[in-house]
Design a protein around this ligand. Structure first.
Ligand SMILES: C=CC1=C(C)c2cc3[nH]c(cc4nc(cc5[nH]c(cc1n2)c(C)c5CCC(=O)O)C(CCC(=O)O)=C4C)c(C)c3C=C
Ligand SMILES: [Fe+2]
Ligand SMILES: [Fe+2]
Length: 370
C-alpha cells in the first residue's frame, strides 16, 4: 500500500488561490444522546484534551463517561438548540460569511470558509475540498482568543496530520491567539458599554456590583506544565477592565466548565457567584470573553445554571452579556487579524505567470536601454 494517494497537480497558469478557514471546537450534529455520544467520543479521545495515559483513561471514558454523560449533555443541548442547529455552528458560519464580505469589500480575493475540530464540518474534509479547488495558500483562524494546548494546538495538530498525508502541500499559516488584540478588546468593551447604556451603569466603586469575566477552565496541572492559557486569560481580563475604566474591586476573573475530579484553574465560576451575595454583591454582569460564539458553555451553563445559583443564593440582578457573535466591530477585528496574516500573500493583486514574464521582459528592456 503506498502511503500517499495520487493527487492532481495544482493547476498551472492560474493564480494561487488563498483560503481563510475559521475553526471552532464543534458540536454534536443533534441534541440526542446518540449524536452527543459520537461527539464526546471524538472530543474526549483527543490526548490534547484529556492528558491521562490511554491505558487509564480509555476504560473510564468508554466504561463510564460515554454511558452516562451523553444523556445528561443532550438534555442540556436541547435547551439551547435553534431551528438552524447548534448555536456554536450557526454563529461560526455567519461569522465566516461576514468575514468573507468584509475582506471582499477591502479588495481581497480570498475564499473564506469554516470548519470544526470535532464533529462536522470536519477540518480535514474542508482542507481536502480547498486543495481540490486549487487553493495553494491556507490561513487557519482558530476561534480561540487565548492559546491553549487543548484548543489551539489541537487544531494545528489536525492540520499538520492532514499535511503529513500529502505529497503536494499547500502553504499554511495560522493565528496563534489574539488575547490582547486591540480590535478584540475594543469590541468586548463596546459590548459592555452598550449593555450599561441599556441596563444602567453601576456607580463608581459601588460595592454591590461586579463585572464577572468567566473563561473556560483547564486542568491546573497544564499551567504548571507551561500552558500559557491562564496568563492569556488574565491579560484579556486586565485589558478589558482597563478599557472600561473599572477599578480592580469591581472586577472578577473566574473559570468555568470544570470536567472531572482534578483541580482546574481557580477561582471556579459557579461557587464564586454563589458566595457573592454573602459579601453584599447583589448585581453581576457576566461575560465570557474566551468564547467568540455563544454555545452550550455560555447559554446553558452561565446564562441558566450559574444565574440560578446566584439568584438562589440571594443575588438580585444577573445579566449575561452575549458573546461577540456577529457584532460588526468584532468582524472588523477578525478581518484586521486576517489581513495582517495575509500581508505576505498578495491576495489583492495576484501576479500570474504571464504578468511575471511581462515584468521580467520589461526590466530586461529597461536594463538594455541604460
Ligand atoms: C474556549 C476554550 C475551551 C477550552 C480551553 C476547553 C477545554 C476543555 N473542555 C473540556 C470538556 C468539554 N468541553 C465541552 C464543551 C465546550 N468546550 C468549549 C471550549 C473550550 N474547551 C466549547 C466552545 C464547548 C461548547 C461546544 C458546543 O457544542 O456548544 C464539553 C461538551 C459538553 C459537555 O458534555 O459538557 C466537554 C465534555 C475539557 C476536558 C477541556 C480541557 C482541557
Ligand atoms: Fe470545553
Ligand atoms: Fe459545561
Amino acid at each position: 500500500m503506498p502511503r500517499f494517494q495520487p493527487e492532481p497537480p495544482f493547476k498551472h497558469g492560474t493564480p494561487p488561490q488563498t483560503a481563510v478557514v475559521l475553526v471552532n471546537l464543534g458540536s454534536p450534529d443533534s441534541p440526542t444522546p446518540e449524536a452527543v455520544r459520537r461527539y464526546l467520543k471524538e472530543f474526549l479521545s483527543d490526548p490534547r484534551v484529556v492528558e491521562i495515559p490511554k491505558a487509564v483513561w480509555w476504560p473510564i471514558l468508554n466504561g463510564i463517561i460515554l454511558n452516562t454523560r451523553p444523556k445528561q449533555s443532550a438534555a442540556k443541548y436541547a435547551t439551547i438548540w435553534t431551528p438552524e442547529g447548534s448555536p456554536l455552528k450557526v454563529h461560526t458560519e455567519r461569522q465566516a460569511k461576514l468575514l468573507k464580505g468584509l475582506l471582499g469589500e477591502r479588495g481581497h480575493r480570498v475564499t473564506v470558509t469554516w470548519a470544526m475540530r470535532y464533529g462536522s464540518p470536519a477540518l480535514p474534509e474542508v482542507l481536502d475540498r480547498l486543495k481540490a479547488e486549487n487553493h495553494t495558500r491556507i490561513l487557519l483562524l482558530p476561534a480561540y482568543p487565548q492559546y491553549s494546548a487543548s484548543t489551539t494546538a489541537t487544531v494545528l495538530d489536525q492540520a499538520g496530520q492532514w499535511l503529513a498525508g500529502l505529497r503536494n502541500q499547500p502553504e499554511l499559516r495560522s493565528q496563534r491567539s489574539f488575547a490582547d488584540d486591540p480590535g478584540y478588546i475594543a469590541a468586548l468593551a463596546a459590548s459592555v458599554r452598550e449593555h450599561w447604556q441599556a441596563h444602567g451603569k453601576p456607580a463608581e466603586n459601588d460595592p454591590s456590583y461586579r463585572l464577572v469575566m468567566s473563561f473556560h477552565g483547564v486542568p491546573k496541572r497544564t499551567l504548571d506544565l507551561g500552558d500559557p492559557y491562564h496568563c492569556e486569560c488574565h491579560k484579556t481580563a486586565r485589558l478589558l477592565a482597563r478599557a472600561l475604566g473599572l477599578p480592580e474591586q469591581q472586577v472578577l476573573t473566574t473559570f468555568q466548565s470544570r470536567f472531572g475530579k482534578a483541580e482546574w484553574l481557580q477561582p471556579y465560576t459557579a461557587p464564586t457567584l454563589t458566595k457573592l451575595p454573602q459579601d453584599g454583591v447583589t448585581r453581576v454582569d457576566v461575560l465570557c470573553p474566551g468564547f467568540v460564539a455563544d454555545c452550550l458553555e455560555t447559554l446553558e451553563e452561565i446564562a441558566q445554571e450559574v444565574k440560578a445559583d446566584f439568584l438562589n443564593a440571594g443575588g438580585q440582578v444577573f445579566h449575561y452579556l452575549p458573546c461577540l457573535n456577529e457584532r460588526p466591530d468584532w468582524i472588523a477585528a477578525l478581518a484586521d487579524l486576517a489581513e495582517r496574516q495575509l500581508a505576505g500573500w498578495p491576495t489583492k493583486a495576484p501576479r500570474d505567470d504571464q504578468g511575471l514574464a511581462e515584468s521580467v521582459a520589461r526590466a530586461r528592456l529597461l536594463g538594455a536601454r541604460e
